[in-house]
Design a protein. Structure first.
Length: 431
């Protein structure tokens, strides 16, 4: 990475702020005092899975992926530094406070603009970037029941159908029943079921017979080292994708003809089974650095993978990105997770705080411009201590409204909050 000078801004060191856009859904993103340093990964796996793989971070200051905004704190306009497009590369933009000047540099071309304040700067960037990416009319998001935050990897067909019946009996305003992680045999093995599922075709048919749409979770660009795919097709793998599910992860080479044929088969099969809503997770793995079959950049490879998915499922399917490179995904997904997971399995009581709230707030400007914002699922059961606080975040910043409780375990408050938030999803227009 070779950085060249972009700008030097006179600032009030005590009042200036910097907005730093993270690489992907789970990357730290937000406004920070200019005299501070933005969050840094403590472990290598965090760099791989929460920041931008292959991109070093400076010891001090700020580093944005394609977008950085400076509010000088002196009353003069905010300065916006952003990528014009993200179809082939995404510039890394840095800022460091030196005395009373904020020095901005970049390793690629950026456009510089001004706005009355930071909020107007983000809105203006969003409008311009969306237009350049060809974003058309945004579709309203369906409302969703998701299995993840109640059942995690242990979900079964019976669990899904129990909640289908409960949604119908309670007349909850749910459009989609989304089967999350746990239905598949392995990470990468998307054509083989786990022992807890007998038939996706049959399950999707029963969901549709109940008057609901069938949705499904995949991590299509990620391959686990324990998978059959990794054993049978090591030439389809590229780069280090971190660690999860008790195994090492690699990216799928989205330029390899064999891998592309496999993905086409996977998504065509799911479409024919009756699924029309797809949560695409761990997408960052499609853009990890590495040697690919075709000589294209990681960003180009990633976008070609999303384009392949869209072609396989058809224009009417609803695509939700997660763990996804932000700017390279614009124009290719309908909705985007703009925050980390609400909690992990070991934090189900909420005692570790609301992990998703900062990202949902910081990226609110993206809703209605780049896509529909997904802050993550509402969790409203009594055992989740910050449920009221989280419900307020979802209500204020959630464009895609989803819930993830066993319906039978909701008390009166939980059921009422779930019904209200699902029934009041905002339109796909800027907040």
């Amino acid at each position: 990475m070779t950085f060249g000078p972009v700008d030097a801004v006179d600032v009030d060191p005590d009042r200036a702020r910097v907005y730093e856009e993270g690489w992907q859904s789970w990357s730290p993103t937000g406004w920070y005092p200019a005299a501070q340093t933005s969050p840094r990964p403590r472990e290598r796996w965090q760099h791989l899975m929460r920041f931008r793989p292959g991109s070093e971070l400076p010891p001090h200051g700020f580093q944005g992926s394609g977008l950085l905004v400076v509010d000088p704190g002196t009353g003069v306009p905010a300065r916006i530094y952003g990528a014009e497009t993200a179809t082939t590369e995404v510039p890394t933009i840095r800022a460091e406070l030196r005395g009373s000047r904020l020095v901005v540099s970049s390793d690629g071309p950026v456009l510089t603009d001004e706005a009355a304040d930071g909020a107007a700067g983000l809105a203006g960037f969003g409008d311009r970037f969306a237009a350049a990416a060809g974003v058309g009319a945004l579709r309203p998001a369906p409302t969703v029941w998701c299995s993840w935050y109640r059942y995690f990897l242990d979900v079964t067909e019976a669990d899904i159908m129990e909640n289908v019946r409960a949604v119908v009996e309670q007349e909850l305003p749910v459009d989609v029943i989304q089967v999350d992680d746990g239905w598949q045999a392995g990470i990468g093995d998307w054509t083989t079921l786990s022992g807890r599922f007998a038939s996706l075709d049959g399950l999707a048919a029963r969901i549709r017979d109940a008057g609901l749409r069938a949705g499904i979770w995949l991590a299509p660009f990620t391959v686990g080292s324990a998978s059959r795919l990794a054993r049978d097709h090591p030439d389809w793998l590229v780069g280090d994708g971190g660690t999860n599910w008790g195994q090492q992860l690699a990216g799928l080479d989205l330029t390899h003809p064999g891998a592309r044929a496999y993905l086409t088969e996977v998504f065509t099969t799911l479409r024919e089974a009756g699924f029309s809503y797809y949560k695409l997770d761990f997408l960052y793995a499609g853009a990890v650095p590495g040697d690919r079959h075709a000589p294209v950049s990681p960003v180009e490879a990633y976008r070609s993978g999303l384009e392949l998915v869209r072609g396989a499922v058809g224009p009417d399917a609803y695509l939700v990105g997660c763990g996804a490179p932000i700017l390279p995904s614009v124009g290719l997904v309908d909705a985007m997770r703009v925050s980390p997971d609400t909690f992990h399995p070991e934090g189900q009581d909420g005692s570790r705080g609301l992990r998703g709230a900062p990202g949902a707030r910081a990226r609110a400007w993206q809703h209605g411009r780049l896509w529909v914002n997904d802050p993550d699922c509402l969790v409203a059961r009594p055992s989740f201590a910050p449920r009221a606080e989280w419900a307020a975040v979802v209500e204020r910043y959630g464009g895609l409204r989803s819930c993830s409780d066993r319906i039978a375990e909701l008390d009166d408050w939980g059921l009422s909050a779930t019904r209200r938030l699902l029934a009041s999803a905002p339109p796909p227009r800027p907040f």
